[in-house]
Structures are given as structure tokens and as C-alpha cells.
Design a binder for this molecule. Structure first.
Ligand SMILES: [Zn+2]
Length: 414
């Protein structure tokens, strides 16, 4: 398959566009995801690498799930797009924004985010040239365009990446799995105690959106609307208001919780906007001071030992994926997580088998229930990769990281 292209959608956020066999229903049984495909997603650190990794995957969520207002994944005919390019309502790549939308977890954040985004703009911009090149290729016969939010794929990469890293650290008996996974601990005024946190996703409140009413309404309303998948696997809980009356009026702090634990119990794993998580107050009208403030932080209270907290974080993320539900435009709820397959109870002998209802669920399921496969953590970039049980554990996620480690060692020995 050709490389996925990147464009902006009608509200100004980025989408990934690619050709995929029309109407092909994915199921874990008929098209299992390969370890290579999952590893290229886990090791993606730049927008271009994410686009390349995604090219090998079926759509993240089933295309039949229609979300209100055309949010979320959609498909379009290649020939219609060629004859009337404007009908897709897609715009050019915006590198300044893309660098933030393609925020990957902390161990893998490239220092040169803007140049990586400019590189993606050069290499995989959506446009008439890209459309012509894919329609000329014979392999797209019977294909249509699949258009998915870029932020959703970056979110999946971070969920899968953090789960695999924590699983690897816990299974290797690490003394400090939270620190090794990239978390930092800090006192938090709002929560009245120490909180572990890690930058986890782009906060679209800071997106320089297109000036139209629908984007403004979405921005002033529930801006988690931009991140469809994040809203589908988390639930919003109101954080107890701060004591000062100004803070009470100015801030309605919502935490988005993963898994079944509630905020009150002290064991919740949740996303907060960076200013609330780190305790630095920011005026939402005054814009941002640093790039860090454009992030959502993944947080949990530091009220147990590191191993217990690491297990809590991994479990909350896995539970959230397993229970992923999405409400479609007609009000129907689609189960996109995993559930027990009732049919195999009647096998002889009866077996327990779990049915995955989306590609997203299958990615995380395969990492958790990896059988004899192991998870290695790259000594250069901190990405996790899965490997079989043969041979020594890998030191690098790929040739690029291996080369940069060798170069660094050569420099140090000079
Ligand atoms: Zn690496």
C-alpha cells in the first residue's frame, strides 16, 4: 500500500488519508495484525513515521460507526475525490500545528518537532498529486479513501506504547517502573498530594483553528470532541473546586478517567490539562507560555509504591480499551473493545476466547496477551517493541536508533 497522506479537516485538525479495500470488514480472525505492523506503530516518533506505520493497518474503528457532525473516521470514493477535490473539504498540512498534534510519549519526543512536521509536509501532503499517484497504481482497484483523525492514531500509539513499556518494566522487576517509563512526581494543590504525571496527548484547546462557527462552538463547548477516541475510552469527572472563589468561577476542572476507578477513591488514572496537572496557573484568554501547556497529562496519585502504581496505570488503560464504546449518530452504541465470545462455551472441550471488536482493541489485546513474546525497550529512544522468545532481548527499536547509539559511543570514546 502507498504511504498515507496528511491533510487538515474542516475544523483545522489533521487527518490521515489512505486507500483501503472497499467495504472490507476487519476481524481479528480473518486478518490478524502482524508484529511488524504493531512495532512500526510503537516505534513511530515523527508524523511521517506514523503515516507510514498506519498505511499497513486496517481502519482503527469500523467505518459503519457514524458520529455526530461527521467527526471521527469517514470514507470517500477515489474517483469522486479526483473529479471534485473540494468535495472532501480537506486543506493543506500546517506544520506548526502538526508538531503538537503528533506529540508522542515523553521517552520519544523529538527535540526537532517542527522540522519533523515540515518533513512530513514535504513527504506526505494530501493533494491532487498524491490522489493521482494512488489512482494510477493498480493496487487501488476496488479501494476507497479512508480518512481518520491524526490525533486518534497518535493517541493509540501513546496508549499502546505506555502499556507495553509498563508491562516490560513490571515483568523485568524494575525498582522504579514509573520513573523509567518517563513519569515525574510533583505536589499538586488541586489534589492535595503528590501526583505522578507524564505528557500524553495534545490539548486541542490551543489549536489555531479555522475561523468558522462550528470550530468556535466546539472550542468553547466540549473540546474533547476533537479527540473522538479519547472521549470514547475515558469519562469526564468533575474535580472538586478550589477554595478561592475566583478559581471556582474561572475553572471548571474536568478530569478524564480511564478504567473503572473513580477520582474519589485515590486510585484513578486520568488526564488533566497541563496547567492543572502541574499546578501552574494559566489564563486561558492569555494564550500559552510554553509548548508544554498544550498537552494533556496522564496522572495518578503517588499514594502507593511504584510497582503498584505502574500496575494501576497499565490496568486502567487496558480496561478502558477493553470497554471502549462509541455512540453513533442514530443513538446506537457500538462495542469497540473486547468481550468473551459466547459461541466457544459450546465447543468440545469448552474454551475461553475473547472477541476483539476493533483494530484499536486488537493492537492493545495482542500486547497484553502476547503469549511467549517479549517486550524490549530501546536504549536510545525509549520506545517499546515486541519480539519473539528467540534470541537475546533487543537493545534498539530499529536501525536508526542502533546507528545513533553507535555514533554516540564513538563520539564518547574519542
Ligand atoms: Zn529507538
Amino acid at each position: 500500500m502507498s504511504l498515507a497522506a496528511i491533510a487538515t479537516n474542516e475544523i483545522g485538525m489533521h487527518v490521515l488519508v489512505r486507500a483501503w479495500p472497499k467495504g472490507e470488514e476487519w476481524s481479528a480472525g480473518n486478518a490478524p495484525l502482524t508484529m511488524n505492523a504493531i512495532n512500526s506503530l510503537l516505534a513511530a516518533k515523527k508524523p511521517r513515521e506514523l503515516a507510514a506505520a498506519v498505511s499497513a493497518f486496517p481502519p482503527l474503528l469500523p467505518m459503519g460507526v457514524n458520529l455526530e457532525g461527521g467527526r471521527g473516521p469517514r470514507c470517500a470514493s477515489i474517483s469522486d475525490a479526483l473529479s471534485e477535490p473540494g468535495s472532501l473539504r480537506l486543506g493543506p498540512v500546517n506544520p506548526e500545528l502538526l508538531q503538537y498534534e503528533s506529540h508522542f510519549d515523553v521517552g520519544a519526543t523529538p527535540k526537532n518537532g517542527l522540522s519533523a512536521a515540515r518533513n512530513a509536509q514535504k513527504a506526505c501532503s494530501f493533494g491532487s498529486e498524491w490522489l493521482r499517484s494512488i489512482s494510477d497504481s493498480r493496487e487501488v482497484n476496488g479501494c476507497e479513501l479512508v480518512i481518520e483523525p491524526f490525533a486518534d492514531w497518535a493517541f493509540v500509539r501513546n496508549v499502546a506504547g505506555l502499556v507495553s513499556k509498563l508491562l516490560a518494566l513490571i515483568s523485568s522487576g524494575s525498582d522504579s517502573p514509573m520513573i523509567s517509563a518517563g513519569f515525574t512526581k510533583r505536589d499538586n494543590e488541586t489534589f492535595g498530594g503528590e501526583v505522578w504525571m507524564i505528557p500524553f496527548a495534545y490539548n486541542p484547546f490551543f489549536a489555531p483553528l479555522k475561523a468558522n462557527l462550528s470550530s468556535l462552538a466546539a472550542k468553547l463547548g466540549d473540546y474533547s470532541d476533537y479527540q473522538v477516541l479519547m472521549s470514547a475510552i475515558t469519562r469526564g469527572e468533575r474535580v472538586a473546586a478550589r477554595s478561592s472563589w475566583i478559581a471556582q468561577i474561572a475553572e471548571k476542572v474536568i478530569a478524564r478517567c480511564f478504567g473503572p476507578e473513580c477520582l474519589d477513591g485515590g486510585k484513578a488514572v486520568f488526564l488533566l490539562t497541563a496547567p492543572v496537572a502541574s499546578g501552574d496557573y494559566i489564563s486561558l484568554l492569555g494564550g500559552w507560555r510554553t509548548a508544554d501547556e498544550r498537552r494533556y497529562m496522564l496522572c495518578t496519585m503517588a499514594n502507593e509504591g511504584e510497582e503498584a502504581v505502574a500496575k494501576r496505570v497499565a490496568s486502567a488503560l487496558v480496561d478502558a480499551v477493553a470497554g471502549c464504546r462509541l455512540q453513533s449518530e442514530d443513538g446506537a452504541i457500538a462495542n469497540l473493545g473486547w468481550s468473551e465470545c459466547a459461541e466457544t462455551r459450546f465447543d468440545i472441550p469448552p474454551t475461553l476466547s475473547m472477541q476483539r471488536h476493533s483494530v484499536f482493541a486488537d493492537i492493545v489485546y495482542q500486547i497484553v496477551y502476547r503469549g511467549s513474546n517479549r517486550i524490549a525497550i530501546c536504549a536510545n529512544c525509549g520506545c517499546a517493541v515486541i519480539q519473539s522468545n528467540m534470541g537475546p532481548l533487543k537493545e534498539w527499536c530499529g536501525p536508526a536508533c542502533r546507528m545513533s547509539m553507535i555514533r554516540r559511543a564513538e563520539k564518547a570514546s574519542r
